[in-house]
Each structure stands twice: as C-alpha cells, then as structure tokens.
Design a protein around this ligand. Structure first.
Ligand SMILES: *Cc1c(COP(=O)(O)O)cnc(C)c1O
Length: 243
C-alpha cells in the first residue's frame, strides 16, 4: 500500500460513517481499534498524529515495548491499548499491568489471574469475553450457551470491568452463514447488556468484513491491513517465535 496512514485512516472513517448511516446507525457508536501487530513505531506515530488513539496488539512483549515507548514519548497521552491475541496463562501479569483492555478472555483461570494481578493503582481492566461462534472446536472462545454463566463469574471480580464480547469469525463464510453468525453474536451481546449495564462493546469486524459487521451491530472494528498495509509475514512469525 503506497498511501499514508493518515489517508487510509480518513478513508476508513468515511467508510464507517457512510455504512453506519446506511444501516440507520449512529456513526459515533462505532469505535475503531487500529491493529498494530508487527507494525513499526513510526506507523503508529502517524496514526496518533491523525488522532487515532486506540490500538490493538496480539503479542504480549511486542505490545508492551510499544506501550512503554509511547508512555515515554507521548506523556499524558490518551492512548488506549487492547490485548487481542491468544494469552498464555503465564503471561497474564504482563497484560494486567500494562494493557487497558483484554479482548480474548475465555477461561476462568485467566480471569482470576488477571483480577488478582491488576495493580490497585490502575483502573479496572476492561475485558471482553471471546465467543467461539464457529462450530469447530478448534478455535478459542467459549460456546454461546456458556456466556451467561461465565459472565456471572467474571462480574464478581472487582478489578475487572466486563464490557462485552468479541469474536473472530471464519473469514471464509458465505454471505448467508456470515449473516447468521453475526446476528447470533449481536443477540448474545444484547442479552448480556440487559443483565450487565456497563456492557457496551461488541468487538466484531476486521478489514475484510467492515460492512457486514456494522450491519450486524458491531460497536468496535479491529482494523489492521486496511490501515497499515499488508503485514510482513516474516516479521509476523519472527514476533510469534519470540513470544
Ligand atoms: C490481526 C487481527 C485483526 C486485524 O486484521 P486485518 O485483517 O489486518 O484488519 C483483527 N483482530 C484480530 C484478533 C487480529 O488478530
């Protein structure tokens, strides 16, 4: 991609705006999370210069290096860091101590560790429960039917703030399957919202399915390649092997 991050950002924002209106939705009800895994500091800085302050990282160490860098170089910043990768339970402390949001919660063990390790000096850690919407048992996330009992446990933890659900649907669904799964996710989100008032986030939609996600009621899009260009696959795997 030859365009600048600033140009890509305004293009995506415009796309979100028009798609929201087309679906009779308030454009301001949709937050944009810039996914920066394997992207260099310089591109993140370009996004910040264009008033993008919400970032998602998949790998703990890589994310923390960036969080620390911007803490030093953009003091008193409004930056918000979301952990969106698979989290091994031996790395929960790093997430609890450094991130603002954890989007892939799906075990009680990790919930309890995050809660115990969240420093009292920080605001509660915002969490999303990851839902495994595809039928296969291979993907991470809890079954839709387990959501309410799981949430009931999570909300007892005072250093954690349950904000909603997230999902990573199979990118190869046909239109009909996609619509079916996305509306199931929206229904789950609404059910959770009725029970727990602070719930305000359905994290659904990536570069390839922005329109379907907005149509289905997503309130947070996680956008990487449409914003920063294609990730360098070698770089991606170097990062992963070092985690
Ligand atoms: C990488 C990633 C994204 C962004 O994907 P793009 O297709 O680059 O927009 C979103 N969510 C998760 C969980 C990811 O790992």
């Amino acid at each position: 991609m030859t365009q600048s991050v600033g140009a890509n950002l305004s293009c995506i924002q415009h796309h979100i705006h028009t798609t929201a209106l087309h679906n009779q939705r308030d454009p301001n009800s949709i937050r944009l999370l810039a996914v920066t895994k394997s992207q260099p500091i310089a591109l993140i800085q370009q996004a910040i210069d264009n008033h993008q302050y919400r970032f998602g990282e998949n790998y703990v160490q890589e994310g923390i290096a960036k969080i620390q860098y911007f803490k030093q170089h953009v003091p008193n910043s409004r930056l918000e860091w979301h952990f969106i990768g698979a989290l091994q339970s031996n790395k929960t402390r790093l997430v609890a101590e450094n991130f603002d949001w954890m989007q892939t919660l799906h075990t009680l063990k990790v919930a309890h560790r995050l809660a115990a390790q969240r420093p009292a000096s920080l605001a509660p850690l915002n969490v999303l429960i990851q839902i495994n919407i595809s039928a296969e048992g291979t993907k991470s996330g809890i079954k839709p039917s387990d959501l309410l009992p799981f949430a009931r446990q999570v909300v007892t933890l005072s250093t954690i703030n349950l904000r909603g659900i997230m999902a990573i649907p199979d990118p190869n669904l046909d239109k009909e399957q996609q619509q079916h799964q996305y509306s199931e996710l929206f229904a789950l989100y609404q059910r959770l919202k009725v029970v727990y008032a602070p719930v305000d986030t359905l994290s659904l939609g990536m570069s390839h399915d922005i329109e379907a996600a907005i149509a289905a009621g997503s309130t947070m899009l996680r956008i990487g390649s449409a914003l920063f260009g294609n990730r360098n696959k070698t770089q991606d795997s170097i990062v992963r092997n070092n985690e």
